[in-house]
Design a protein around this ligand. Structure first.
Ligand code: NAD
Length: 276
């Protein structure tokens, strides 16, 4: 699919990887609906274990993209809520006459031992990371089907390989890969392609507000970014972190790649294969 003039929804777009994806599509001439919690963060995201995007961040992101990169509209959504997903898709149809591309990027994480992991935290991870993909996709499919549409799910390396103290998140991202493959097989006959991207280590707020603090105590005396870089150098074959823009490049590629469906494209510096 050519991108110029097409309409794309990106969830979790206020910051991090989602923001870079929204910017990239806007620069390519797409009509972008940047969707995130916005003022809903006060309710839906307020009690999470690290700060989700701040109330005003979504509007600021959309304004900056609009001024610099191209067409961008901010819409509030909680992807775990069906009515909220429906509202987002309806706004796309109202504003731009339909929908061509859906990027399911919103996601959350919480580390912990399975032995004492809170059930409510497990449920919220699955509500956002897995059910969110289901609800957004189900709502968008009738509109995507009219246009030979594209769905891109931001899964993770963690969906291809489990790791200690990260069971719920790994399980949720494995579910996203399974859902991606199933939807790809099912929706091919109505000309919708469905692919996933599996990022490796991207230094976004999810990493620097939460993961680095809780995982990288072996690099004392270093800033979060230094510790992150040292960790990546020590554990990833290419020794480098991924830029949000590299994940966005993969999203542009998967949008244009008319023969690719059901793929889970790792953009991870070889993290998935490991060093030995
Ligand atoms: P981030 O926390 O910086 O951004 C995630 C965004 O999702 C935030 O703006 C947050 O407000 C939004 N969000 C959370 N719950 C939501 C909900 N219910 N409805 C709508 N929006 C919601 O994280 P990021 O690193 O940019 O992650 C983006 C995606 O990439 C996630 O799915 C994440 O799991 C995945 N990922 C990240 C990395 C990494 O290293 N950063 C690696 C692999 C996969």
């Amino acid at each position: 699919m050519q991108i110029k003039g097409k309409t794309v929804i990106v969830t979790g777009a206020a910051r991090g990887i989602g923001r870079a994806i929204a910017e990239a599509f806007a620069r390519e001439g797409a009509n972008v609906l940047a969707a995130d919690l916005g003022s809903l963060a006060v309710g839906a995201g307020a009690d999470w274990h690290y700060s989700l995007s701040a109330e005003t961040e979504l509007a600021a992101t959309a304004r900056e993209i609009g001024e610099r990169d191209g067409e961008c509209m901010a819409i509030e959504v909680d992807v775990s809520d069906r009515a909220s997903c429906q509202n987002l898709v309806e706004r796309s149809v109202e504003a731009f006459g339909g929908l061509d591309i859906l990027v399911n990027n919103a996601g959350i994480i919480k580390l912990g031992r399975i032995a004492d992991f809170a059930e409510s935290t497990w449920d919220r991870i699955f509500a956002v990371n897995v059910k969110g993909v289901f609800l957004m996709s189900q709502t968008a499919i009738p509109f995507l089907a009219k246009r030979g549409g594209v769905i891109i799910n931001i899964a993770s390396n963690a969906g291809k390989r489990g790791s200690a103290f990260n069971g719920p998140y790994c399980a949720s991202k494995a579910a996203v890969i399974g859902l991606t493959q199933s939807m790809a097989a099912e929706l091919a006959e109505i000309s919708i392609r469905v692919n996933a991207i599996c990022p490796g280590n991207v230094f976004t707020p999810m990493q620097f507000d939460y993961l680095v603090k809780h995982r990288l105590q072996q690099y004392p005396g270093q800033s979060f970014e230094e510790a992150f870089d040292a960790f990546v150098k020590d554990t990833v074959p290419l020794g480098r972190k991924q830029a949000p823009e590299e994940i966005a490049d993969a999203a542009l590629y998967l949008t244009r790649a008319d023969s690719v469906t059901g793929a889970s494209l790792s953009v991870d510096g070889g993290n998935g294969i490991g060093l030995s």
